[in-house]
Each structure stands twice: as structure tokens, then as C-alpha cells.
Design a protein around this ligand. Structure first.
Ligand code: CA
Ligand code: CA
Length: 553
């Protein structure tokens, strides 16, 4: 694996593309200009072998037939400065694991449906592969202010009051909680069946395992459905007090599956009048950046004046980057060299098996960039819907505000940094992070990522991702596998504890399933996490287990 990599995707992407123009007739677009000159001689990383060890299995839920449901663990983040891990489950619990005892304790349960013990009466824990509690992020000043943020999904069809239920958390003061007017999503008359809620929590004592303090709704976002919802939250970890990014929140939302439709909703990922398919950037605390931002329409957060579309008529001023299918997780690379700028990465799940052009991608997120979905994925343009008309030969896109409003301005499509074809390594890219820990020097400065469905792990050098983000879609960062026995140990766990009916791994025939379910019969539902020391944790939702890496060679 140490030979110079020849970009195998190159030949395919360079071929001329057939696209249908607005009249529905076939037109031939230009070949990708100049791609042949860009065979960058990067050396691929070497494949590694890693040994995993069980760390914690989260508590299972009993079902009426005596079988159990594994905890649908989704996100793990170490609490700053404490040695405790916070773990979110789609079903509702946000738990704390003390790293010395490894005993999980439920901190806040978001599921307040009838017969459930949690807080939010309109909580939506089912539908699609992800649901319920989606993610959380600690405020950069958490040690001092006890503030953190969460995203959860709700069902707007439920007619109950959406406020947190009284008496669930004895220490909770929800008197400031106001259900805000949702930010709109173009639906073309379809019912909008989900809303994402961004909440701000202030715990007045972060030294215990209970919540005591206040909660406030920061934002509510309409979602077409449970497909590719609002997923992730993150703060720039290098932003110091007084800098433009201090306590500024980035939040990602998927496209609701609209990019694969053939009606007017197909335009959604390219429109700037809603959050679908974008990463937004806001100041969640209205007391911050008062002179360099404006208060939002709902009065609950601020929008920085240096966001890219604040002066674009009709655009949502919150948008930072757009044109992605499902940027479900983000991470920051913080280079070790003093003074180096941090880089925001997004892990974007690509189109299903049914699509002839389907790539899982990692994007280096740049201010104001449009990553081209659904016109392009990875290195290839997609067979076009008549709704877009022919692609421009110079690979620029118009700035689109809505289905009818398109500005007289064009911007280049931003290329992805890394891509693999859906069905090659798995069916959906998981998250990842840039390894800056101490135990595995082979991984220093590498993006460690994986595939949700196959559970396979990979790594690529961050320098290669930066170099590959050169405007040419066919130059991509090389990567190599970190081989593990994860699939075997997860299958053994499932054999010992068969899941309750309707749950568990596999989900044959679901979106993203291989034809016949043959290639990847087991959905491992992999997630990757890192602690404050930068070390690796492997989460598998299908058996509710957290594992660590004990050896890499
Ligand atoms: Ca507390
Ligand atoms: Ca490139």
C-alpha cells in the first residue's frame, strides 16, 4: 500500500456526461476541464490492524417478551475537565459515565411521551435510522458557566404543550422555556412531520450527576420528515474569548431526502431560504457578540455579521455552507503547531444503492461554500433531473434563494476532500475525528473515520484532505483501512442477546440496504468518539456497546 496512488476515480469522472436540459432533451456537457493534469502523486497510508476491548455496555431496555433492546447510543463526548463521559441515546437518555467506575447514570431523559420517564411531551424517538436525541455540545466556557446545548426531534402533530414536563427533574427551572416559532422548510404542500429543537441548558452544579438549573429553547427547525434531520452541534475549540468565533455554534441539517426526488423539492439542497443540506453558524447566547451580530427573528439567539449570506437578499443569514445531502457529523482539526488555523470537517452520507452516482464524502468546510449536491457527489456529476437544466461547463452554480428566485451571481462548486463509492466500504460514512492523542503515533494528524453499516474503520492524513480540496472534484485524499474484529464481536454479542422484534441490526430492505441484503447483512451502526486526551472510542448502536482501542500495529 506504499506505492503512489493513482486516482482510480479519475477516468470515470473525466468522461463526458449526459444531462437532460430543461426541455427534457439530452445534452452533452463539457468534460471536466483539465482534470488530466492533476494526477497528484500522493502516497497512500498503510493499512493497520487494531485490537479492540469492551469498555461499557449501556443498559438494555427490557421488552414485554423477555428480550431486550440495545441502547441506541449515538454520541459520546468527554465533559471538559472532569474525567466523565456524556453519552446520548436516540431513545432519550443523556447519561454520564465516570471513567473510573464505568457506571452509566441517566442525567436527563428527553423522552416525555406517555408512559416514558423523560421531559419532552412531543419527543419523536422513532422513524428512520436516527431519531429522538440527536446530539449535544458543551459550551466552550462550560467549566465556568455550566452551559451545554442539545438537539432533539419532536413530532409537531402531537397537540400537547411542548414545554418540558413539570416534576420530572426536581432541580429544573423551565420558567424561561418558550416554544419558539419554527424556522420554515419548503415542503410543496406536504405535511412536515418533524421539528428539530435546539435547547440551551445551564447546570448550576456540574460536580454531581443530576441536573439543577435552567433550560431555554434557542431554535426550532421544521423538517420534512425523519430522514437526514438536524444532527450535530459544534464549537470551534480554538476560539478564545474576544475572538469572532468565541462561543459561536455550528449546526448541521440534512436535506430530508429531497435531493433524490424528481419534483420541485429536488431544488431544496441548493436553496438558501431554509436550513436543509446546510451548516449554520449562530451565537446561541444573546449576551455575546452584541456589537457584531444581530438578534434573530425569534429573539432567542444572534446571527454574526461576518456570516457569508447576511447581505444576500432572501437568504437565511444563519447559513455558513450549503449543498450537502446529509452532513450528519462534524469535527474540528486543531493542528499541533502553534498558530495553525483549525479546520472544520463534515462527514456527509451519500445517495443510496439505487443511484448510479453515490459517494460517501468528507468535506473541508469553507465559509460560504456550496458542495454541489444534488448535482454532484464526490468526483462525479449526477444524472440530471430536468428541474435543474444543463450544468454549466465551468462548474459554477447560481446562488439560488428559492424554487423561483435565482440571483444573477454564480459561485464555484466546492469539491469534497475524500470520497468512497457507496457499497465499496459500506453504505454510509460514519463520523470521525483527527487523531491528536499520544498512544498511536501512526495515526498522528490523521482523520480516523468509519462506515456506519459495515463498521469498518479507515484513516487518511489531514494534510492530504487539505491538499485535495483544490477545486478539482477528481483529486481526493487517499485512505487506508484500520482492520478490526468489530463485526465478529458485535455479532457474538447479538447472538447472546437477541434484539426485540422490530429492532436490532440488519434492517433488511431499509434505505441504504444492499440489494438482497447480501453485501452488508448486518448494520453495525458504528460511531466514533474521542476523549479529552484524544484517544479513540468505538460505539456500535446495534449492541449498545462502547469499546476502546488497546493495540494498533
Ligand atoms: Ca448538576
Ligand atoms: Ca479535489
Amino acid at each position: 500500500m506504499s506505492e503512489p496512488l493513482v486516482f482510480t476515480l479519475f477516468a470515470r469522472a473525466r468522461a463526458s456526461l449526459c444531462v437532460k436540459n430543461a426541455a427534457g432533451t439530452l445534452a452533452l456537457s463539457a468534460a471536466l476541464g483539465g482534470a488530466g493534469a492533476l494526477a497528484i502523486a500522493q502516497t497512500a497510508p498503510t493499512a493497520l490492524d487494531a485490537e479492540l476491548a469492551d469498555y461499557v455496555e449501556m443498559p438494555r431496555t427490557a421488552s414485554s417478551d423477555g428480550r431486550t433492546q440495545a441502547a441506541r447510543i449515538n454520541v459520546l463526548i468527554e465533559e471538559p475537565g472532569s474525567g466523565r463521559l456524556f453519552v446520548a441515546e436516540h431513545a432519550g437518555p443523556l447519561s454520564i459515565i465516570d471513567k473510573t467506575t464505568r457506571k452509566p447514570v441517566t442525567y436527563i431523559n428527553f423522552n416525555g411521551l406517555p408512559d416514558s420517564p423523560g421531559l419532552f411531551p412531543k419527543f419523536a424517538p422513532t422513524g428512520g435510522f436516527v431519531s429522538g436525541l440527536m446530539g449535544f455540545a458543551f459550551d466552550p466556557d462550560y467549566r465556568r458557566n455550566g452551559v451545554f446545548y442539545t438537539i432533539h426531534l419532536e413530532n409537531p402533530a402531537l397537540t400537547v404543550d411542548g414545554k418540558p414536563k413539570a416534576g420530572v427533574l426536581p432541580g429544573l427551572d423551565a420558567s424561561r422555556f418558550v416554544v419558539t416559532k419554527p424556522i420554515g422548510m419548503p415542503a410543496n404542500g406536504q405535511p412536515l412531520t418533524r421539528e428539530a429543537v435546539l435547547s440551551e441548558w445551564t447546570d448550576t452544579n456540574i460536580r454531581n450527576v443530576t441536573f439543577e438549573g435552567t433550560v431555554r429553547e434557542v431554535m426550532r427547525v421544521q423538517l420534512l420528515n425523519s430522514i437526514h434531520p438536524t444532527s450535530d452541534l459544534t464549537f470551534n475549540p480554538t476560539a478564545a474569548r474576544g475572538s469572532a468565533d468565541w462561543r459561536v455554534l455550528y449546526m448541521s441539517t440534512g436535506d430530508g431526502g429531497t435531493g433524490e426526488r424528481n419534483d420541485v423539492l429536488r431544488l431544496n439542497p441548493q436553496r438558501l431560504d431554509h436550513f436543509g443540506g446546510t451548516i449554520i453558524r449562530i451565537v446561541p447566547d444573546v449576551r455575546e457578540h452584541v456589537s457584531t451580530s444581530e438578534v434573530s427573528e425569534n429573539g432567542q439567539y444572534r446571527i454574526p455579521n461576518d456570516n457569508p449570506f447576511v447581505s444576500t437578499p432572501g437568504a437565511r443569514k444563519e447559513i455558513f455552507a450549503s449543498g450537502m445531502r446529509n452532513p450528519h457529523r462534524m469535527t474540528w482539526d486543531v493542528p499541533a503547531a502553534r498558530g495553525s488555523q483549525p479546520t472544520l470537517l463534515a462527514f456527509v452520507i451519500g445517495s443510496n444503492f439505487g443511484s448510479p452516482v453515490r459517494y460517501e464524502t468528507i468535506n473541508v468546510i469553507r465559509r460560504g461554500a456550496n458542495y454541489g449536491y444534488p448535482l454532484r457527489e464526490g468526483p462525479e456529476f449526477k444524472p440530471e433531473s430536468p428541474i435543474y437544466g444543463p450544468l454549466s461547463a465551468d462548474h459554477t452554480l447560481p446562488v439560488r434563494i428559492s424554487d423561483t428566485v435565482v440571483l444573477d451571481k454564480r459561485i464555484p462548486m466546492q469539491d469534497s476532500a475524500l470520497a468512497y463509492k457507496t457499497g465499496v466500504e459500506g453504505l454510509a460514512i460514519a463520523n470521525g475525528f483527527v487523531y491528536r492523542g499520544k498512544r498511536w503515533p501512526q495515526l498522528q494528524g490523521a482523520v480516523v473515520f468509519g462506515d456506519i453499516t459495515s463498521g469498518r474503520l479507515f484513516y487518511a492524513r489531514m494534510t492530504d484532505l487539505i491538499a485535495a480540496t483544490d477545486g478539482n472534484p477528481t483529486t481526493l485524499a487517499p485512505y487506508a483501512e484500520i482492520r478490526t474484529n468489530l463485526s465478529t464481536v458485535v455479532q457474538e454479542r447479538i447472538r447472546l442477546y437477541p434484539p426485540a422484534p422490530g429492532f436490532g441490526p440488519g434492517r433488511p430492505g431499509g434505505p441504504g440496504a444492499a440489494p438482497g441484503g447480501a453485501s452488508f447483512p448486518l448494520r453495525l451502526e458504528l460511531r466514533i468518539a474521542t476523549d479529552e486526551a484524544g484517544e479513540i472510542y468505538i460505539l456500535t448502536k446495534c449492541d449498545g456497546s462502547i469499546r476502546t482501542v488497546v493495540n494498533i500495529r
